[in-house]
Design a protein around this ligand. Sequence first.
Ligand code: HPA
Ligand code: ZN
Length: 324
Amino acid sequence: MKDFIAGLPKCELHLHIEGTLEPELKFELAARNGIDLPYASAEEMRAAYSFDSLPSFLTVYYESMRVLRTEPDFYDLAMAYLRKAAEQNVRYAEIFFDPQAHTGRGVPFDVVIRGLRRALMDAEARLGVRAQLIMCFLRDFQAEYAMATLLESLPYKEWIAGVGLDSDEKGNPPAKFAEVYARAREEGYLLTMHCDVDQDDAAEHIRQAIEDIGVDRIDHGVNILEDQRLVELVLARGMGLTCCPISNGFVTDSMKAEGIRKLMDLGVRVTINSDDPAYFDGYVQENLVALQEALQLSEEELAGLERNAFEVTWLPRPVKDAYL
Ligand code: HPA
Ligand code: ZN
C-alpha cells in the first residue's frame, strides 16, 4: 500500500512554508546569518520538539523563523520543500506563507515574496511541480494589521492566489476579519481560513467562516461534524476541507481518523495534507500512510482523496482539468 501511495499523483493544499523549515536547514541559515541557536545539533533540536497543543507548537514555529532573513533564505526554504514534494510525487501545491511573522521582525514583505516566488518558478521549470502562494494573516494580531498587510500585498497580487488565516484561534473568531476578507475578495483573492480542530467555539467559527465571510475552502474544519447544518452547507457548496491527520495528533488527542472517515462517507471533499511537516514529522506521503493504516483505506479511496484535492484547487478550470 505504501508503494501505491508513493505512486499516486498528489496535491497538497495545506502546507505552511515556514512549517517546512527542517532543523538541518535552520542550522545552515543560522550560520549564514550569524545567528546562535540554543542547540548543539539538528538532532538535538529535533529531539527537543514536544507539542501537545496549538500554542505550544506556535511558540517554537515563530521562534524558529529568526533564521530567515534574506531573499535567498526564503528561496532555499521553498526550494527544499518543493524538492521533497517532487520526491513524493506531489504535482501541485498551494502554499501558505505568514508575511507578518517576517515583517513584524523587520524583514520586508518583498524580500519574503520574491524569494518564495523565484523558488516556485524554478521548481515548475526544473522539477515539474507547480505551486501557488496563499498569504495568511495572523489572527492573534489586530485586524488593522491584517488589513495593512493586505494592502502591502497588492503590488504582488498576480503572485498570490488567495488569502488564509492562521495562528492562535482562541478568542480570535473569523468575524474579527470580516472587513479584511471583504476587501481581499474585492481585490480578486480567493478565500480560505483555518478552523482548527477542537478549538473553543469550533462550530460557531466554522459557521461564521461559511455564512458571514463566505470562504471558498476551510483549513481543517473536521468539527463541521458537530452540526448537521454545517455539513449540509459544505456539501451544498461543494467546499473542500484541508485535513491534516498527523498535525491533528499533535495539537489534539488524536489524528481524528474516524471524523475524516465520516466526512468521506458523507461525500464531503476531504483532502489530506501535512500542515507543518518539519515539526510534525510527516509530509503528505506519511500523512496518507498514517490515515490508510488507521482506516484501512482502499486504493480507490486514496485515489478519491487526491481527486478531491485536485478538484478543489484554485487553478483555473482548463489547467485543473488536466490533473483530473
Ligand atoms: N494552525 C494555526 N496556525 C498555524 C498552523 C496551524 O496548524 N501552522 C502554522 N500556523
Ligand atoms: Zn495549518
